[in-house]
Design a protein around this ligand. Structure first.
Ligand code: PRT
Ligand code: MG
Length: 229
C-alpha cells in the first residue's frame, strides 16, 4: 500500500469506529451500566487484561484506557471521540474544544478544604493570615480562595495530599472527599465544602459532526439511563 493509500485506509477505518476513553477503576466500573443501556458490552476486564484498547460486542465501538487526567486530552485531540471524566479533571484541564452534553451523575464526591484537627482554619482565614495549601487541583483551589479573599500559597502535588499537613509542609489541603474515611484516618477534618463533583460525558467537536448519528444515539442512551438511575 502507498503512503497515501495507508492514510486513506486509516481515515476510512477511523471514521467507521467510535472510540470511548475511560479510566480504570470507578469511572470504568460506573460507566459499564450506561454502556449496557446503549447495548454495548466491553469484552475484557481491564483489571485482568494488560490491553489498553478493549473490544466491545459491537464492531464499531471500542474503549481505550487512559489515566483519568488524560481523558479530556485524548478527546480534545481526537485520540478518542468521546470520554467520561470527572468535573474536577475537566476544570483543571480547561475543557477547551470539548462538547459536554451530559452530567452522568456517576463517581460522585465533593471537593473540600481539609486541615489537621488542631489547626484553627476559621481563625486563620478571619485574621487574613497567609495559609499554605497543598493540592492536585490548583485551578479550583486558586479560584476558590481568590473568591473568598484568602491569601494562599499553593503547593502542587500529584497524590497523597493528606500527607502534606501531617509533615508540616502545608496548613491545609484541597482534595476530593467521598466517604470521609481517608481524612479521618489521617487526623484531618473538612473545613470547607467547595463544590459537588460528578462525571461528565465529553465529546470531540469534529467527531460530533462526522459521526453525528452514532454519537447522538450514544448520548441519548446514556441520558435515559442516567435519568432512570
Ligand atoms: O488514582 P489515580 O492517580 O490513578 O487517578 P485518579 O485519582 O485521577 O483517578 P480515580 O479513578 O481515582 O478518580 C477518577 C475520578 O473519580 C475523579 O476525577 C473524581 O471525579 C471521581 N471520584 C469520586 C474520586 C473519588 N470519588 C475519591 N474518593 N476521585 C478520587 N477520590 C479519592 C480522593 O482523592 C481521596 O484520596 O479518594 C480519597 C477519598 O475517599 P474517601 O472515600 O476516603 O473520602
Ligand atoms: Mg485516585
Amino acid at each position: 500500500m502507498t503512503g497515501r493509500g495507508f492514510v486513506r485506509a486509516f481515515s476510512d477505518w477511523k471514521f467507521s469506529v467510535i472510540t470511548l476513553a475511560l479510566s480504570k477503576g470507578r469511572i470504568f466500573d460506573e460507566t459499564l451500566p450506561l454502556l449496557a443501556a446503549a447495548g454495548i458490552e466491553v469484552l475484557e476486564d481491564p483489571e485482568k487484561s494488560r490491553k489498553l484498547i478493549l473490544p466491545t460486542n459491537q464492531d464499531g465501538v471500542r474503549v481505550v484506557l487512559v489515566r483519568a487526567t488524560d481523558v479530556p486530552t485524548y478527546v480534545e485531540y481526537g485520540g478518542a471521540d468521546l470520554g467520561v471524566t470527572g468535573k474536577d479533571v475537566l476544570i483543571e484541564h480547561g475543557g477547551a474544544g470539548l462538547y459536554q452534553p451530559l452530567d452522568l451523575r456517576i463517581a460522585q464526591c465533593h471537593m473540600a478544604v481539609a486541615a489537621p484537627v488542631g489547626f484553627d482554619y476559621q481563625k486563620a482565614v478571619r485574621q487574613g493570615s497567609r495559609i499554605t495549601v497543598a493540592t492536585k487541583y490548583t485551578t479550583i483551589a486558586r479560584h476558590f480562595f481568590a473568591q473568598k479573599g484568602v491569601h494562599v500559597d499553593l503547593i502542587k502535588l500529584y497524590g497523597s495530599m493528606e500527607l502534606a499537613p501531617l509533615t508540616g509542609m502545608a496548613d491545609a489541603i484541597v482534595d476530593l472527599v467521598s466517604t470521609g474515611k481517608t481524612l479521618k484516618a489521617n487526623n484531618l477534618v473538612e473545613v470547607e465544602h467547595i463544590m459537588d463533583i460528578s462525571s461528565r460525558l465529553v465529546v470531540n467537536q469534529a467527531a460530533l459532526k462526522l459521526k453525528m448519528a452514532r454519537i447522538r444515539h450514544l448520548i441519548d442512551a446514556f441520558a435515559s439511563a442516567t435519568q432512570e438511575a
